[in-house]
Design a binder for this molecule. Structure first.
Ligand SMILES: [Zn+2]
Length: 241
């Protein structure tokens, strides 16, 4: 069974820090743009100094080059202190909710060990209740990777595009030992094995709930109809393709 997102026209990507969205779901975004040149993307980075915000903006512009429309929003909530400035961040989420009703939201994973990531994940679910949400993963020192249940197979060229863009867009991170091309390649390679991807590479995402075969109402109904085509057994798990 191959899950298709047929009517995804607006995507909201949420990241606590500059580079989170790119690392977690940059390939998925490139793939969505390849499938739908009419896509509108809201790209929100919630913290960062001026330097980091500049890098985040340039990186987002690079990833969203092919988007029909894009809106890049950078905020300056205090890095590493999100649980302690939750009120302000929650206010911002309400503001965001009044501005965009996305067909698909890509956000941090609820079990992420970084406190800022968890706050963003919780507020995403708290704020957007009639939208399809998929959570992405970020490798880190704490070792919190899980078992994704949604895979987006990526061609080697798309995986390369993602890695190049990340490594080249964030010079301020170059001195961090983990911020290397092989970190990003290795996770995509492992997820590619789990996805049984012909291309060998994939991103893993986490889906907590999804309404299917909907008639236009329901708790997690999304503007995008999620259709199933049973003609492909290419992937054991669902894949956004
Ligand atoms: Zn982060």
């Amino acid at each position: 069974m191959n899950v298709q997102f047929d009517n995804v026209n607006t995507v909201l990507c949420l990241g606590s820090h500059a580079d989170d969205i790119e690392i977690g779901c940059g390939g998925t975004i490139l793939r969505l743009l390849e499938l739908n040149p009419q896509l509108t993307v809201y790209w929100v980075v919630l913290s960062g100094s001026d330097v980091r915000a500049g890098e985040a903006r340039r990186s987002a512009e690079r990833f969203l080059e092919e988007a029909a429309e894009s809106r890049i929003i950078t905020k300056s909530f205090r890095d590493s202190f999100f649980p302690y400035c939750g009120e302000e961040i929650k206010e911002f989420f309400f503001e965001l909710q009044s501005q965009v009703s996305p067909d698909l939201i890509l956000t941090h994973r609820r079990e992420d060990m970084h406190q800022d990531h968890r706050v963003v994940s919780e507020l995403t679910w708290n704020t957007f209740r009639r939208h399809q949400i998929l959570e992405y993963e970020i490798p880190k020192y704490e070792g919190d990777l899980g078992t994704p249940n949604v895979f987006v197979p990526l061609s080697q060229a798309t995986a390369q595009e993602k890695v190049d863009a990340i490594v080249e867009s964030f010079p301020s991170q170059a001195d961090k030992p983990w911020f290397t091309a092989d970190t990003f390649w290795s996770l995509m390679r492992i997820r590619g094995i789990e996805a049984n991807a012909d291309s060998q590479f994939a991103e893993g995402l986490y889906c907590r709930k999804m309404s299917i075969l909907t008639t236009g109402s329901g708790p997690a109904q999304t503007a995008a109809a999620t259709s199933f085509s049973a003609d492909s057994l290419a992937n054991a798990a669902g894949s956004v393709s």
